[in-house]
Ligand binder design. Structure first.
Ligand code: FE2
Length: 385
């Protein structure tokens, strides 16, 4: 009897041990696209264990897929579970079929690397944009506050995969303390509806600055110059993305001496002053600015919004944008150029609505829709030039 009990115990132990050892590596989140340009794209994904990431796609029409891996300082990126693969050398206006893949690393010692299985996603595709193309369609959602169901509803109703771009205009999460707060409701939901095919542009809100992982948020994204504020062209639109910072003064007790946003915002003002004098900016057909907190001293303004209005508004008035889009106040508001004080319309999108914009060279058609797909605003803007 004791022998049988010992046998069963050992058997159970072996199954459990065996089960742990052979659990295969999986791609756990993604892939999601970032920074899609006419000549490059960034593919991001995570794996359940350490791996060497890559993306396989044909760089020439009809060619065999090439495995793209990135390296820094002579070392192929390897050993992590959050992966970013930058692909250069693409051609504008082409559809690329790709698979993300990862080779599992079982042992990573100085003279001994053991590989496990290689896993791949199904075949996916993206299309590179064409510089100076006649049109662009984009979607804006904001203040989702970690509610993946709410985000999914907007993405489904808007047909997000048929947009050219999706902007997440801040406060997509409440706080960032655990990876799952970002990867579950935001990344998984985005991947389900669009993000393996078209990129999203993350605009940081004040809530994304809260929690220990807020300092790592950029690891899950990829920006043109590794900054949260930047500009880029798509279709006839020149987009300017700004980073609002926190809403309360830097010395507020809730920040425990760890906030330095006023200095950071002034750094952006200097960048913006230079940027609006570039040829790219001045010759743009339309200019659309996006920032999470409105540059406006009105509804719900605390220190952050007042600071933005004091320092950014004079530069924005000179910049003469066609449109500015914000969120943060959780209230739908459209201010005309006079009431905004910005010399351009200011659309503040609520936490329950989304903004869908179709742009061609003749006009910008702006729609605001509720979560139940009710159209609450339709506005047509002509280029101001
Ligand atoms: Fe906010």
């Amino acid at each position: 009897m004791r022998r049988i009990a010992l046998f069963l115990t050992l058997g159970l132990f072996s199954i459990l041990s065996f089960g742990q050892v052979i659990e295969p590596m999986r791609i756990t989140h993604g892939p999601w696209l970032q920074n899609l340009t006419p000549h490059s794209v960034t593919v991001m994904f995570t794996t359940s264990s350490a791996a060497v990431p890559g993306v396989r796609l044909p760089l020439q029409a009809g060619a065999e897929p090439t495995l793209i891996r990135n390296s820094t300082d002579g070392m192929i990126h390897a050993g992590g579970t959050l992966h970013r693969v930058v692909i250069n050398g693409l051609k504008p206006g082409k559809v690329y079929r790709y698979r993300a893949e990862a080779a599992e690393i079982l042992k990573f010692r100085p003279y001994q690397v053991y590989y496990g299985d290689t896993v791949r996603t199904k075949e996916l595709e993206f299309r590179t944009p064409v510089p100076g193309s006649e049109s662009v369609n984009f979607l804006v959602v904001n203040d989702i506050h970690t509610n993946g169901a709410k985000l999914g509803n907007h993405l489904r109703q808007s047909g997000a995969a048929n947009q050219d771009l999706v902007f997440f205009n801040g406060d997509m999460i409440d706080v960032f303390e655990k990876e799952e707060q970002w990867l579950g409701p935001i990344i998984d939901t985005s991947v389900r509806y669009f993000a393996s095919k078209i990129p999203f542009v993350m605009i940081r809100g004040n809530h994304e600055t809260r929690g220990i992982l807020s300092r790592n948020l950029k690891d899950y994204l990829h920006f043109p110059e590794d900054r949260y504020y930047f500009a880029f062209d798509q279709g006839p639109v020149h987009f300017v993305v700004l980073d609002c910072g926190e809403d309360k003064p830097d010395d507020n007790r809730h920040y425990y001496g760890l906030a330095d946003y006023d200095r950071y915002r002034l750094e952006q003002v200097e960048w913006l002053k230079q940027h609006i004098n570039t040829d790219t900016y001045r010759k743009a057909h339309y200019r659309v600015f996006l920032i999470h907190m409105p540059v406006h001293p009105g509804d719900g303004a605390w220190h952050g919004m007042n600071f933005l209005y004091e320092h950014f508004a004079p530069v924005i008035r000179d910049a003469e944008p066609d449109l500015m889009i914000s969120g943060h106040t959780h209230r739908h508001t459209l201010l005309n150029p006079k009431l905004s004080g910005l010399n351009c319309p200011l659309l503040i999108n609520s936490n329950d609505n989304r903004v869908e914009v179709q742009v061609d060279r003749n006009q910008m058609d702006i729609k605001v829709l509720t979560g139940s797909n009710e159209l609450i605003l339709e506005e047509v803007l002509k280029p101001r030039k």
